[in-house]
Design a protein around this ligand. Sequence first.
Ligand code: TRP
Length: 435
Amino acid sequence: MTERVLTGITTTGTPHLGNYVGAIRPAIAASREAGVESFFFLADFHALIKCADPARIERSRIEIAASWIAAGLDPELVTFYRQSDIPETPELTWLLTCVTAKGQMNRAHAYKASVDANEAAGEEPDAGINMGLFSYPILMAADILLFNAHRVPVGRDQVQHIEMARDVAQRFNHVFGAGKELFVLPQAEIEEAVATLPGLDGRKMSKSYDNTVPLFEGGPKALKDAIARIVTDSRLPGEPKDPEGAHLVTIHDAFANEAQRASFHADLRAGLGWGEAKQRVVELIEAHVGPMRAKYEHLMAHPEQIEEILLVGARKARSVATPFLNELRDAVGLRKMVAVAAPKAQAEQAGKSALPVFKQYREADGQFYFKLTTADGGLLLQSQAFAEGREAGTWVKRFKQEGAQALAGAPVEMASGVAKADVEAALSALVAAQD
Ligand code: TRP
């Protein structure tokens, strides 16, 4: 079975080394594994939660798409699309919203962090918090579950969201699955050593802390300038330095092989100056990303080529999403009305074939008889014997026309144990079926 790997990147900023190391690089590596089907997308609906600047959203989407392609993403091999090109995503978000406990969303880290910040500032807990932020994990669950992703490469800060997606998937399966696993339960995947790259100040590298190192934007000069601003301790050249816990080293190691790591650590212990160490980090990263720059710059100059690639990706994605969402709509009861009417018509059909039947026959004694039975052969009425077959036929005809009214004085007996009401109902059904 092919495994589905899916990840998204929020389009609010310019891709930085943290995005590259934490998301883009592992995702592209995973997409090249055999037996893997990858879905990568621009999480531009998520972007609206924290950014009300249309120009920035527009620019960021282009930069991020160009970065992924320049970094080696092959749009032929993977499904690469924009979240906002998939209308099934917001639709699934609503279906999931209706099985998500509000209390669970109260505990989401991103929301709680905002509440904590408000409280620390002496504000109302929910000051400035929009519903997008509150429901953020549900939109993210929809991104993942819509494509039944098995593995979701993310930074460590996103692990809680994947767990929430699992919970919601489980609840939905339980409530609407009717014994079927509608959703695959996704698994977070973190590249252990370098999952969260520190920024210039040592906190997680993040646009919101303004501590990032750009991946491509600004060229080699911007890279050099940013690395120069990385905070280190104040040890002078010649003084031994502890590589553990120095975030310059963590950034270095994210791009280094074993041998490069070992020698960098050893040199720092031996007194390598921070200035020179930074120069080595710049060279190491440039050796890695430099070759990708030409492609990035070409795409930035031709955004219409990115647009084309993303539209093809959206079509591919929707070829999966549209039929699956139809299945989900059906599971929750949002069905075509004919689908509800059909079982009723079948019941009517079944009712017809379940009509009681009259049978005429001749016994070994040479006499003629008729009887009324239920559809499955249970005896309701038994006639007396007639010398002529025609007489039996006349009575049958009368019963079929007059129904229960013909019972009075008729040469018949009710079968033992049969209620008169049942016989009358059977005869009425026969009359009703005539017209
Ligand atoms: N919330 C993620 C982030 O900020 C981006 C994202 C949105 C995502 N939807 C996703 C990641 C689905 C993985 C899967 O990093």
